[in-house]
Design a protein around this ligand. Structure first.
Ligand code: TMP
Ligand code: ZN
Length: 407
């Protein structure tokens, strides 16, 4: 019997997505033979309300000097992080020499907004290659995971922090007790811990099961965040829904009693009850919808193949690894996947072994159908690719349902 990663209660997986490789483990043909796989099974802990994957590969297998995800590949995300920084500056920084820390600062897209304003900051990022890119943007970066020891060392060297920020990172960290302890040690008495991650309510609503992959060990709800951080003296003082990554939630935490609590917190708690996020039956339904989505997508791709259509993928996202491996999609269905990230180009997708090619290949030789793996960037991509559609190209989407966007 497995145990909950956060409260140690017994948990039982409600479904398995099968054998999965490392989601960002793009590889060359000579590496196919040694490819690493694990079983991607999911569980919901009824004791603390935390949605989690049961088995996770070692963090060093995922976050290293060749990490393939760079935040700056999306113009919308760069804008989003500028706005995130402005909001923190406007509401939460002290007047005198504030200090901001980011956990998982990647290429510095968030912190550069503080760096440019002359605000003391430190990025804590375990993947050396993306941290080097952050430094090129003037962002001070420490190559490290964040835990209690890191929190203490940073406090001793730089002083207490006004804000600890994270975006699409907290859900990657299996030991949240270490993070909570580190935040407790590092923050000023009125300091805040803010993080945003894909939201469980949105994933259930949209059947966006591709949010589940090795790096996303948790998909949070308000209830789970309260259960995890409450014992360390933190309370959630505000929640702000975000459109990013297909539906995210920003949680603002402070030491209990240190700051007023927004009414948005109890409203979201009621919304989660109404949606049934605490009920096992909700996850059984989710499973049924995932299976239906898988069957529909595979049927569609098989039909297009039989009709001799050219189908390519758009965006070699980490999420797409779950979709392709769960649905059984391979090079027989998809000619290549177009992606703008240089480190992914010329390699093959994890497990499914579809070639990843530069964006030019898509642009100069439009296919009949483009499968939108980067569906969370739909608005940005649709406006960029208006010419594909007007030239007769069709989009295949699978969130919230498998469908074709024509004309
Ligand atoms: P994400 O869904 O994890 O943000 O990853 C998006 C991936 O899609 C990333 O590899 C970059 C790629 N991408 C494109 O190839 N073209 C685009 O226009 C955008 C926005 C992303
Ligand atoms: Zn639990």
């Amino acid at each position: 019997m497995a145990t909950c990663r956060t409260c140690a209660a017994s948990i039982k997986p409600f479904m398995s997505f099968g054998r999965m490789p490392i989601a960002n483990g793009f590889l060359r043909p000579e590496q196919f033979k040694q490819e690493y796989f694990f079983e991607l099974a999911t569980a919901f802990c009824e004791a603390c309300g935390t949605f989690q994957i049961v088995e996770q590969p070692d963090p060093e297998k995922m976050f290293h000097e060749n990490y393939a995800f760079f935040t700056r590949t999306s113009a919308h995300m760069v804008t989003h992080f500028r706005e995130y920084a402005e909001w923190v500056k406007a509401h939460y920084l002290s007047d005198v020499d504030p200090f901001v820390v980011e956990i998982g600062s990647n290429d510095g897209a968030l912190l550069e907004n503080f760096a440019n304003a002359g605000i003391r900051h430190l990025g804590v990022e375990p993947s050396a290659n993306v941290a080097a890119e952050a430094r090129r943007h003037g962002v001070e970066s420490l190559v490290s995971f964040f835990d209690a020891g890191a929190g203490e060392r940073i406090r001793d060297q730089y002083g207490e922090a006004d804000a600890i920020l994270a975006a699409n990172v907290m859900c990657h960290i299996p030991d949240l007790h270490g993070v909570a302890k580190g935040a407790e040690l590092l923050l000023k008495p009125k300091g805040i811990l803010v993080f945003e991650d894909p939201y469980l309510g949105a994933m259930i609503e949209k059947t966006s099961y591709d949010q589940i992959y090795d790096e996303h060990v948790f998909i949070f709800s308000l209830k789970s965040v309260q259960s995890i951080f409450g014992p360390y003296g933190f309370e959630v003082i505000d929640v702000l829904p975000q459109a990013t990554h297909g539906g995210s939630m920003r949680y603002v935490l402070a030491r209990r009693g240190a700051r007023p609590v927004s009414p948005a917190v109890s409203q979201l708690a009621s919304g989660e009850d109404a949606q049934g996020l605490g009920r096992a039956a909700t996850y059984q339904d989710f499973r049924t919808r995932c299976e239906h989505s898988r069957d529909q997508l595979l049927d569609l791709l098989n039909r297009l193949k039989a009709e001799g259509k050219r189908v390519v993928g758009y965006g070699a996202t980490s999420k797409s690894t779950t979709v392709m491996n769960y649905c059984g999609i391979g090079p027989q269905h998809i000619e290549f996947i177009s992606d703008t990230t240089p480190i992914k180009q010329g390699k093959y997708t994890p497990g499914s072994h579809i070639p990843v090619k530069p964006y030019d290949e898509f642009k100069t030789h439009h296919p009949d159908y483009a499968l939108l793996f980067a569906w969370n960037h739909k608005a940005e991509i649709m406006s960029k690719e208006a010419g594909f559609r007007s030239g007769g190209g069709k989009w295949i989407v699978f969130v919230p349902e498998v469908s074709i966007i024509e004309g």
